[in-house]
Each structure stands twice: as C-alpha cells, then as structure tokens.
Design a protein around this ligand. Structure first.
Ligand code: ADP
Length: 465
C-alpha cells in the first residue's frame, strides 16, 4: 500500500498539472485566433464602409452572418458610442453594450479575455482610413469544447491510472506474499529454536538462489552450530562427571576397605592413604585443567600480550622438563638458530608449549628422543615439537584436541593424563590467532607444529570492547 501511495500520488499531481497547463495553452491559442479574426472583420468593415454606407446594409448583414456561421462564433459590431449596429444573433441590435472588453476596444485597445462562464470575448477597434476610431467588433466564443476534449482525455488517463494501480496492487500483493511467506516460515522456525527445539530447520528447497534463500541457509547453519554447541556441552558435562567419578570411586573403595576391617596394620593405612592422596591429586589436576580451559573459553583471564623472547621462553620450558626426560632416559633436544621475538601472553604460551613437550616425553618410550625447534619468518613464529614415541593412528588425529579425548584410556591412567592438555594448547594457540598442526605415524613418532603471528593484531570485537 505504501509503495502504491508513494507511486500514485505524485502521478496524480503530475497529470493534473499537465492538464491545467494544456487547458491554459489552448484557451490562449483560442484568444489569439479570435483576436486575429476580429481584426480581419474590423478591416473588412472599414474597407467596405459598412458603418456609413446604408446601401450596403444587406451585404453587411450577410457578411456578418456568414462569417459567424463559418467561424462558429458570435459577432457583434458596435459604433463609437457603444450601440450595437450588427449582431450575428440579431438579438441586441440597437442596444448599448458596454461590457469591459467593448469599453477597452472603444478606447483603442484590442483585448481578448476569458470569462467565468467559459466564454472568451475578443474586442478590437474599427478605424477609418484616417485612423479615426469609428467603432468596435466583439466576437465571443465558448471554450467548453476545449474543456470537454481535455476532460475526456483526463477521464481516460485517470481510468488508466486506476487500472495501473489495481494491477500493480495485485502484482505487489503476490510479490510480497512470495517474499514474506518464507520469512514467516523462518520466523516460526527461529521461535521454535529459541524454545529449545534445535532440530528445527528451514526448508530451502524450491527457493531460487536469492537473499531469502541465503538467509534461510544462514539460519540453518546457525541451528547446526547451536546443536553442535549443545551436544558438545552435554558431552563435556558427562565427561567431567565421569572423569571425577573415577577417582572418587577409588577413594570410596579404599576408605571403605579400611573402615570395614577391625584391626588394620599401620603399613596398610599408610599405603591406602597414599593411594587416596594420589587420587585426590588427580582430581585436583583435572579440576585445575578444567578451570584453565573454562577461563580460556570465557576469555575471563585478561590476555597480557608483550614482546617476548621466544628462544628464552622455550629454553626455560626445556630446562624445567628435562628432569622428566632424564628419568625416562629420553634425550631432550632444543634447537633455535636465530632470535625469535613475538607478542604473546608468556604465561599462557609457556603452558601451551610445555603441554606439547610433556606429551612428547609421556608418549615416548625409554631411550627415545624429543626435540623442540624454534624458528620464524618475517611474519610468524614456528614451534615444532617432534618425538620418536608411540605415535597416533591416523583416524585419531582429528580428535586429539577434543576435551578429555585420550587415544588409549588405560595407558593414560598410568601416565596420569587428563585428556585436557592438548585442548588447552589448542585454545591458547587460537587465542594468539595462530594455528596448530599434527602429523604422526604409529610407532615412529609425532610432530606438532605451532604457528603464531609475531605481532598481535586486535580483532575488531576486541577493539570495540
Ligand atoms: P593427556 O593429558 O591425556 O596427555 P592431551 O590432551 O595432552 O591429554 O592429549 C590427548 C591424547 O592425545 C593423549 O591421551 C594421547 O593419547 C594423545 N597424544 C598427545 N600427544 C601425543 C604424542 N606426542 N604422542 C602420542 N600420542 C599423543
């Protein structure tokens, strides 16, 4: 309706203006034509001396009548006093006619004027051969024919306009149906989604490729994403419960077996308490890792980017972990050929690299080798952690960054892994706008390559905050 009103009103104003202008133009043309006719008649009267030669009266009458019939207008001839001496209608002969046009013509001014009663009056002076003013010719004609013609056209145009409006209203109605129908459907689906029915999808089939189908697709992608998040959340919660339940059950079994015995030797107490203590340590480790991850996810901990000497950072990591390597008789190698400085949060980044090196040692058998290389180009810093360990099967490679994911559950309980270390490393690297890649071959070894930009460029959202 809005479009129709916006389109129709100016069109109506425009046509009305055009018709008014046309009307005015034709009336002006008619005035000019009548003036020239009146002048011709006036000249003819002078030449024929009709006003003073009574013998030509009949011819005068005939001339006036004939000219009036041919021109389709009324002719009135007046003498210099304003008395009608001839009238093509023969109704006012002998009467004095002093309408404004006649007065002006007798005053030597030719005039053509339109009156309210849709009549045009044109009056001109009659002069004799010595230019004396001897009378006036007044011709009058109705302009109703002009009005009628224009009115007819106006009516047709208005009918046409209404036709166009009705047709466009129908077309627009259907077009808006085509546009709003899928939007309505989408709205319904989104409402259902917000009520928790995340399995709802907008049907995109049948829609041609346009903004609406794009919107529907984006809506479906968002729903996929939401469903994914929801299922990850559920898996995460069940994993956390499971992980915490295992040490808790051990503690329960251990404490109950002491409680249920009457006479417990001291050594047994000590041994059971040691086991309980190690289970508590394990729970603490899991909870600490979880807290770190949750904080990384929520971006709760402020990220403290500063230009850091990465060679020193990695050297420190290697130094701290080397006792672990020595205990397993593993050769821990650190290679850095050039200076590497990058803008990182050193605490978080140290943890990320430590996790990789510790894993290398954890999953490499005695006598193996773990190496850490640090390198850079003009944009990025690279960290490569390679080991000669047990490796990871190809089908497992995609999952190892998932929370609580462990390739071999039994083995990891022995090595004490929580299954969260790589998730923490992954989140940290992403936070630094970097990437992490892994390649591995079972029983040969694993290589992790981390890339991070040397300079931290804040994301748009960070800037806004
Ligand atoms: P965890 O605390 O169990 O080590 P991570 O998240 O650090 O947890 O690692 C996830 C899993 O990926 C590990 O349980 C292990 O099976 C596998 N993994 C990680 N690093 C290596 C490696 N260097 N060599 C072989 N397997 C590895």
């Amino acid at each position: 309706m809005t479009y129709i009103i916006i389109g129709f009103v100016p069109l109506l104003v425009f046509t009305t203006t055009v018709f008014k202008t046309m009307n005015k133009y034709y009336v002006e043309e008619r005035k000019k034509e009548m003036l020239s006719q009146a002048n011709v008649i006036s000249g003819h009267i002078t030449v024929m001396n009709y006003l003073f030669d009574d013998s030509k009266k009949e011819l005068f009458d005939y001339d006036i009548k004939e000219t009036s019939r041919q021109g389709g207008y009324r002719i009135v001839v007046l003498d210099s006093m304003g008395t009608v001496v001839n009238d093509s209608n023969k109704t006012i002969i002998g009467k004095t006619l002093l309408i404004p046009e006649v007065v002006e013509a007798l005053d030597n001014k030719d005039i053509a004027r339109e009156q309210d009663n849709e009549t045009v009056y044109a009056a001109v002076t009659i002069v004799d051969s010595r230019s004396n003013q001897i009378g006036a010719v007044l011709i009058s004609d109705s302009t109703s024919d002009i009005f009628e013609t224009i009115d007819n056209i106006r009516k047709q145009v208005i009918i046409l306009l209404f036709g166009v409006v009705i047709i466009s209203a129908i077309v627009m109605f259907f077009i808006s149906q085509i546009i709003t129908e899928p939007l309505k459907k989408m709205l319904e689906v989104i409402k259902k989604m917000s009520e928790g029915h995340l399995d709802q999808r907008v049907t995109v089939s049948g829609m041609s490729h346009n903004e609406i189908s794009d919107l529907a697709e984006a809506c479906n992608n968002m729903a996929d994403e939401l469903e994914q998040v929801e299922s990850t959340r559920q898996t995460f919660v069940s994993n956390v419960s499971h992980e915490l339940k295992t040490p808790l059950s051990s503690i329960k079994v251990l404490s109950e077996s002491i409680l249920l015995q009457d006479e417990v030797p001291k050594e047994m107490y000590v041994e059971f308490l040691k086991d309980i203590n190690s289970e508590v340590d394990r729970m603490t480790e899991i909870i600490n890792d979880l807290l770190t991850l949750v904080k990384l996810d929520q971006r709760e901990i402020p990220i403290d980017y500063e230009m850091t000497d990465m060679v020193k950072l990695c050297g420190d990591v290697v130094k701290r972990i080397s006792p672990l390597a020595s205990a397993k008789n593993i050769k821990l190698e650190f290679i850095a050929d050039k200076e590497v400085f990058a803008e990182v949060d050193s605490t978080k980044f140290t943890l990320a690299i430590s996790n990789l090196v510790e894993n290398g040692i954890k999953y490499t058998d005695e006598g193996g080798k773990v190496s850490l290389y640090v390198d850079c180009d003009h944009q990025n810093a690279f960290f490569k952690v390679t080991d000669t360990g047990i490796g990871i099967a190809e089908e497992e490679l995609g999952k190892i960054f998932n929370r609580f994911y462990r390739v071999d559950k039994t083995r990891d309980r022995e090595t004490g892994g929580t299954g969260l270390g790589l998730s923490i490393t992954h989140s940290t690297v992403l936070m630094h706008n970097g990437s992490i890649k892994v390649t591995s071959k079972e029983n040969e070894g694993t290589t992790f390559v981390v890339r991070i930009p040397l300079r931290h460029t804040p994301k748009v959202s960070e800037n806004v905050q």
